[in-house]
Design a protein around this ligand. Structure first.
Ligand SMILES: Cc1cc2nc3c(=O)[nH]c(=O)nc-3n(C[C@H](O)[C@H](O)[C@H](O)COP(=O)(O)O)c2cc1C
Length: 332
């Protein structure tokens, strides 16, 4: 069974990758992920706010004093609440590179073009094998059009791609009006891969205190469907590698990711729940499925159920919607 794959120009032993998670906030976490069987590791992100807010706060403090600004910033984590400063983040990446032999993909997380994208180059200097740029933005301004938001995304991606020689992957959410068109735009920036999709974390309402509170729930396997849909639709139609993140908990989801056309299947929630050795379990399950279905290699399997290859591409289109709604049977 040939499980090898490539991703972002890297040769991987198999297609199961550790997506960004708190494991990589410590050197020990990198070692555990490698030991558990991850073929590559995405480091947890350095956030735009970590770089810019620190500078802005210092600037404001020096000019106007602390109080007036404190309120506006109160909802952001304070600099000390981030477990790593930008400098320690870079230092950890460099140390992890010395100790771990699987590739490490650094992660930059923000939205606007600005001084913080400089960190892309610093990641490269610290030894990152590739870079993942996570763009997570909530367009709350009614004056801002979808086209403007997309232009801002593409501008930021271009700034990052131009500042490094290592390959860049772009991780985004699914909330686009015309995602296939946006993907073509990403292709034109020179990025090498799309990572589909960020999970959006909606805040909850606390009825006790009547306050809006952050909530974190880990993913469930059904969440893979949204990703499968778009990986299958884009495979072979954009000149980008596709990585699937969201809902991969077992060999079944990993197999489906490859059949849709993913280069790699990424895991965070399942690893947080079951520990890094779960990579080995999922890999064994994937191998069993490949054997049962007669696939000798990951390459042979990739994209076999993509939009361009299935007998009924309408299954990925509006026809599926009609079928699904029509299939519901009322209780007698
Ligand atoms: C606790 C936690 C921390 C995360 N930190 C990051 C991060 O720093 N950067 C990032 O791009 N994604 C981050 N993610 C998102 C994951 O990398 C992943 O894309 C997402 O959880 C969906 O995959 P899953 O279903 O396998 O969990 C985080 C997720 C969790 C649960």
């Amino acid at each position: 069974m040939d499980l090898r794959t490539t991703y972002l120009g890297l040769e991987l032993a198999h297609p199961l990758v550790a997506s960004a998670s708190p494991y990589t906030e410590k050197l020990e976490g990198f070692l555990r992920l490698e030991d558990g069987g991850a073929a590559a590791i995405v480091m947890h992100s350095l956030f735009e706010e970590q770089v810019t807010l620190e500078e802005e706060m210092l600037d404001h403090y020096l000019h106007y004093g602390h109080e007036s600004y404190a309120e506006a910033l109160s909802y952001f984590p304070r600099a000390h609440e981030y477990r790593l400063t930008p400098e320690r983040h870079l230092d950890l990446l460099a140390r992890a590179k010395e100790r771990v032999s699987v590739p490490i993909i650094a992660s930059l997380n923000g939205v606007s073009r600005g001084g913080w994208v400089e960190y892309a180059r610093l990641f490269q200097e610290a030894g990152a094998d590739a870079l993942e740029l996570n763009l997570y933005y909530i367009p709350t301004d009614p004056a801002l059009s979808g086209a403007e938001v997309e232009a801002m995304y593409l501008d930021t991606i271009r700034a990052v791609v131009e500042s490094v020689a290592i390959p860049v992957a772009v991780k985004v959410g699914h909330a686009f009006t015309a995602f296939a068109h946006f993907a073509k735009g990403v292709e034109a920036t020179g990025a090498k891969a799309l990572v589909l999709f960020n999970r959006f974390y909606q805040p909850d309402f606390d009825l006790e205190t009547l306050s809006v509170v952050p909530t974190l729930t880990l993913s469930r396997p059904y969440e893979v469907l949204l990703r499968l849909h778009w990986v299958a639709l884009l495979y072979g139609r954009v000149n980008l590698e596709l990585a699937l993140t969201g809902g991969v908990h077992s060999g079944k989801e990993a197999a489906k990711a490859l059949l849709a056309g993913a280069q790699v299947a990424m895991m965070t929630s399942a690893i947080l729940e079951k520990g890094p050795r779960h990579f080995q379990t999922v890999l064994a399950e994937l191998e069993a499925i490949m054997e049962e279905k007669g696939y000798g290699s990951v390459a042979e399997m990739r994209g076999a159920m993509s939009y361009g290859r299935v007998a009924e591409p309408a299954a990925f289109e509006r026809a599926n919607y009609l079928k699904v709604l029509g299939s519901y049977r009322l209780l007698p």
